[in-house]
Design a protein around this ligand. Structure first.
Ligand SMILES: *Cc1c(COP(=O)(O)O)cnc(C)c1O
Length: 387
């Protein structure tokens, strides 16, 4: 299916709403019925029609069709944010006594789920260095039922060999979920590589304007129905119609924004890589990246986020650099129009800062839609202040 078709036409029935180009926001909680038989059918299979907006909603459905097609998946569910999508996907697929194998350092709230919430229900998790496929097999126990992948990681961009881990899981009947937020389905389609469920936060690139949250979960229709019938309806973490509408709006320009960000990131990475105040950069499509060959093999592109280390062992210098930026903002998240930095040391007490630990010196940058020359000038003046 053409990307342009998905973004501009798929799922839209314009003749049903005055041939309006932009779809309506069906801002309703419930839907009426004329026949008791029809109402009974809706109770029996809520995924089969419109009953109540905690379940299906027509504006959300337009978005679902587009996002499932983008992922090359049979179906998808859209949640109020990415964390909710991950929570529902895992909760629906583990039970007391089960064991999960996960990449080391997954997204913050995934780690919270594994460390704090699931142990209360008798589910345990083992973190592994997922870059080596043999580690997955080694960590798998008799009661392992779930593999959690994130490729690339959003700080150091560590990758997994997705096809190999998916094949291993399939051979053992283990369910797989991957966080595909960095790549988006434009640059990586994990479901087509054998992964059961692909998740991406729509808050980042799909929304694209830092004005809404959203989370996408794609996979087989059977898996999506299983999650819809229990966790999706029960937790009530589905996306609201207005936010779904904002995400449809974001999708219209997704390919153009990703193209632009890819070009700009390449320019900014090139500038930072040779800058005398920069010790190193970490970016999956840079030849210095330890898994460069795998990145090139399984990803169509890389953009937006990269991490760099300044040539300094002082936290003060990192602080001065970040606080000296005039245009590039300091904030969590990414994927919007605005360029951002996020220093790792913001999450560390100053007394615990250890310059020998490279991770403490990480500064992550997100390259947005501004002119790259404008961004590089801002970086240059802030780098001048690093001593
Ligand atoms: C932001 C993010 C999430 C969570 O998404 P929300 O929409 O903020 O809940 C998950 N994974 C990664 C890699 C993210 O950057």
């Amino acid at each position: 299916m053409d990307l342009s078709y998905i973004v501009n036409e798929l799922g839209e029935e314009r003749e049903n709403y005055f041939n309006a180009v932009a779809p309506p926001i069906i801002q309703t909680s419930n839907f009426t019925f004329k026949k008791i038989d029809d109402l009974r059918k809706a109770f029996e299979d809520e995924m089969g029609g419109y009953l109540y907006s905690r379940g299906l909603n027509p504006t959300v459905d337009i978005l679902r069709k587009k996002l499932a097609a983008l992922d090359g998946a049979e179906d998808c569910l859209v949640f109020n944010n990415g964390a909710a999508a991950i929570f529902a996907a895992i909760l629906a697929n583990v039970k007391a006594g089960d064991h999960i194998v996960s990449v080391a350092k997954p997204y913050t709230w995934v780690q919270r789920m594994f460390d704090v919430i699931l142990p209360r229900f008798g589910v345990t998790a083992t973190y592994i260095d997922g870059t080596n496929t043999a580690n997955w097999e080694q960590a798998t126990k008799n009661n392992t039922t779930f593999y959690y992948l994130e490729s690339p990681n959003s700080w150091d961009f560590a990758l997994q060999d997705i096809k190999a881990v998916a094949a291993l899981a399939r051979s053992k009947g283990i369910v797989t979920l991957i966080d595909n937020s960095y790549c988006t389905p434009l640059y990586q389609k994990p479901v087509e590589m054998g992964i059961d469920m692909a998740m991406q936060t729509a808050t980042k690139y799909i929304g694209g304007h830092s004005d809404t949250l959203g989370g996408v979960l794609s996979g087989s229709h059977a898996m999506m129905k299983k999650i819809f019938d229990s966790e999706y309806l029960n937790i009530g973490s589905g996306i609201q119609p207005f936010n779904a509408w904002l995400l449809i709006r974001g999708l219209r320009t997704l390919p153009a924004r990703i193209d632009r960000i890819t070009q700009s990131t390449a320019e900014v990475v090139k500038f930072m890589k040779v800058h005398p105040k920069v010790e190193a950069i970490i970016f999956p499509f840079d030849e210095s990246f330890p898994q460069y060959d795998l990145a090139k093999k399984q990803m169509k592109g890389a953009c937006g986020l990269f991490t760099f280390l300044l040539k300094t062992d002082k936290m003060d210098s990192i602080v001065r650099f970040c606080e000296s930026l005039h245009h590039i903002m300091m904030a969590v998240s990414w994927g919007g129009h605005e360029s951002l930095v996020m220093p790792k040391c913001a999450g560390i007490q100053p007394k615990d800062f250890d310059p020998v630990n490279r991770q403490h010196r990480y500064i992550r940058m997100y390259v947005g839609l501004e002119d790259p020359a404008y961004l590089m000038a801002d970086l240059q003046q802030a780098l001048n202040k690093v001593i």
